[in-house]
Design a protein around this ligand. Structure first.
Ligand code: DC
Length: 233
């Protein structure tokens, strides 16, 4: 039988890892899971239920108590080719990408109980292998035994530029300096939090994609995948 593996793609926000991971999964016929979307969906749930004040104060106790009520699923890629995130059955794919959710998600993602629940869900998704998951702690915490681990990096300015273009292409009004500040702030919170901070796993291969075209990145990933897949089990 064909060997199926787990592929963990971690890296900084807006490093292009989701696009890359999604395309890799499509090419090799694997399931793709965007773990960041899960943290975003929990954040949206908290915002909608008055658990986050406009200044960003989180009612942590109430959010933790509500975790069992938060159902997160994914709907296979539709006509737009994008996988949609469902929060208790409702398609929230667009809403979870807003600047508002982006600015509250990192503080939500530091809550240990939130991480514990989402990590368990993510591990469930990976039980049958044949999965590409992207995030921050996939190679370190969620799947420490993943056969292929990639750590993606690029400068904050390059990542802010990409995020800005992505937002404006969607018709969302954005200010480059604000996007850059958001990227830098999220890097700071993601790398310094106590539980599962963003860091490269010792056995991850690093991909600095600052000066690579999407096609070059895909070639690089496919080469690594074939190399690892060909290794004896
Ligand atoms: O990849 P993204 O920008 O959609 O992620 C949103 C936030 O979720 C980001 O600030 C960090 C957090 N996150 C996390 O802590 N662990 C993950 N595995 C994925 C995302």
């Amino acid at each position: 039988m064909e060997k199926r593996i787990i592929i963990a793609i971690d890296g900084y926000s807006s490093s292009g890892k989701s696009t890359m991971a999604r395309e890799l999964a499509r090419r090799i016929g694997y399931v793709y899971v965007d773990s960041g979307a899960m943290y975003r969906a929990v954040t949206l749930f908290a915002m909608r239920n008055g658990m986050i004040s406009p200044e960003g104060n989180i009612d942590t106790a109430r959010l933790i108590a509500s975790l069992p009520e938060i159902g997160i699923t994914f709907e296979a890629a539709g006509a737009d080719g994008v996988q949609h995130t469902l929060l208790n059955g409702e398609d929230v794919e667009n809403e979870i990408r807003s600047m508002e959710v982006s600015s509250f998600v990192s503080p939500v993602a530091v809550i240990p109980e939130v991480r514990e629940r989402l990590v368990a869900l993510q591990q469930d998704f990976g039980r049958k292998k044949g999965i590409v998951m992207d995030g921050r702690d996939i190679g370190t915490t969620v799947f420490p035994n993943a056969e292929m681990k990639v750590f993606v990096c690029a400068s904050p300015e390059e990542r802010a530029r990409r995020r800005y273009l992505e937002l404006t292409a969607k018709g969302v009004k954005a200010d480059y300096d604000e996007v850059l500040r958001n990227v830098v702030e999220r890097d700071r919170i993601d790398t310094t939090r106590e539980v599962s901070p963003l860091r490269k796993a010792d056995d991850a291969i690093e991909l600095d994609n600052g000066h690579m075209t999407p096609a070059e990145q895909m070639d690089w990933l496919m080469d690594k995948f074939h190399e690892i897949e060909a290794r004896p089990a």
